[in-house]
Design a binder for this molecule. Structure first.
Ligand code: EPU
Length: 337
């Protein structure tokens, strides 16, 4: 491993913000990671694929990119398989590998940018499936004690774009591997998401395989979401907010067409993209930053934008949604200062 100083992070964050790290290293093993931790650097940032991070300026500390690779079958029965995957593996490559090997469970999660180690932090989810649905356990190194620890699914306290890593373990857990349980099958379990159904119908697929669902999801995402290689972005910038049933009924009177998903406790989840679009932001461009024309949840860097310009746009969007709907949008992206 090589430690770099004053190192550009442009290729290490999907917004393609040209911020510099004071020090930068990529670690490829637990031994590398232990050696870095022994330095006891006072300000350290752990980086996966950088697909959910917004650098607002240069990072005055030590950026440690996790490059630990490997996919191992650690348990197998006639019906199930448990795979242990190195945190540095690309999530999309893992999904592709599973589809190619007829391991069912994560085919709906194709084309999500980022690494396997970052996936549990926000419990990645799309098209009716979340990581928690297949999650078995993970290993992490505690950055305070340097011990390697294991967490089960219950320990991780997964919720919508949420986990223990955003709360009690925030900033202290360096995920080094994730284990998932998949079915040895070509048959997908989750095909009811509206967009997936329409895409399968367009393809004339009536009895879909996991390959069909994966292809459908990739086609939808390619159509709606900008490829970070071409236009810097971090996927959904905001979470979909949940509001009380009473607030929902008030809004329904003013906006009878409001889309919503009823939650088990009678709260309602509202698509943030709809709220943003209603405020006139969809497709808007301000200099080098903007709101994507095909998906209003995605803020983009058209080239050369500073992180601070993106965050300013995000604040403006939050303010207008709050004013029009009395809903406070919460950011999904991590703001790094
Ligand atoms: N909508 C709009 N305008 C838009 C886009 C969407 O009004 O520009 C409304 C429509 O009513 C649409 C609804 O929002 O039916 C839902 O849209 P979509 O299916 O695209 O999903 P989303 O709620 O906007 C979430 C995730 C995405 C994930 C999709 C598909 C969050 C914050 N985002 O978006 O995740 O791919 O569902 O499951 O939950 C990501 O996290 O980076 C991400 C892309």
């Amino acid at each position: 491993m090589t430690i770099h100083t004053t190192y550009s992070l442009k290729n290490y964050n999907s917004f393609a913000i040209d911020a510099c790290a004071e020090r930068f290293v990529e670690v490829f093993s637990l031994d590398d990671l232990s050696a870095v931790l022994r330095e006891n650097h006072p300000k350290m940032l752990i980086l996966g694929g950088g697909s959910n991070m917004l650098f607002t300026g240069d990072y005055p500390g030590f950026v440690v990119k996790i490059g630990i690779l490997g996919k191992d079958i650690i348990q197998e029965t006639d019906t199930d398989i448990i795979l242990k995957i190195g945190a540095g593996e690309s999530w999309h490559s893992l999904v592709t590998y599973c589809v190619e090997n007829d391991y069912a469970g994560i085919e709906n999660l194709g084309l999500i940018p980022g690494t396997v180690g970052a996936a549990p932090i926000q419990n990645i989810g799309a098209y009716g499936v979340e990581l928690k649905d297949v999650f078995e356990s993970l290993e992490y190194v505690d950055s305070r004690t340097h011990d390697l620890k294991t967490l089960t699914k219950d320990d991780c306290q997964f919720g919508y774009r949420d986990s223990i890593f955003k709360h009690q373990l925030r900033g202290n857990a360096i995920i080094t591997s994730v284990s998932i349980r998949l079915k040895k099958s070509k048959i997908p379990e989750h095909t009811s998401y509206k967009d997936v159904q329409s895409e399968l119908a367009i393809q004339n697929v009536t009895t879909p395989t996991i390959r069909d669902v994966f292809d459908a999801v990739c086609a939808i995402r390619k159509r709606k979401l900008p490829d970070p290689i071409e236009i810097g972005n971090a996927g959904s910038f905001f979470k979909n907010p949940t509001i009380s049933h009473a607030q929902f009924l008030d809004l329904l009177l003013l906006h009878p067409e409001i889309p919503h998903y009823s939650q088990s406790n009678s709260d309602e989840k509202i698509p943030a993209a709809w709220l943003i679009e209603q405020c006139g932001w969809k497709g808007k461009r301000l200099g080098e930053v903007g709101v994507h024309p095909n998906q209003a949840l995605v803020l983009v860097n058209y080239g050369g934008a500073k992180g601070s310009e993106i965050i300013d746009l995000a604040y403006e969007i939050q303010a207008s949604v709050l004013e029009k709907f009395s809903i406070k949008l919460e950011m999904e992206v991590n703001i790094i200062q």
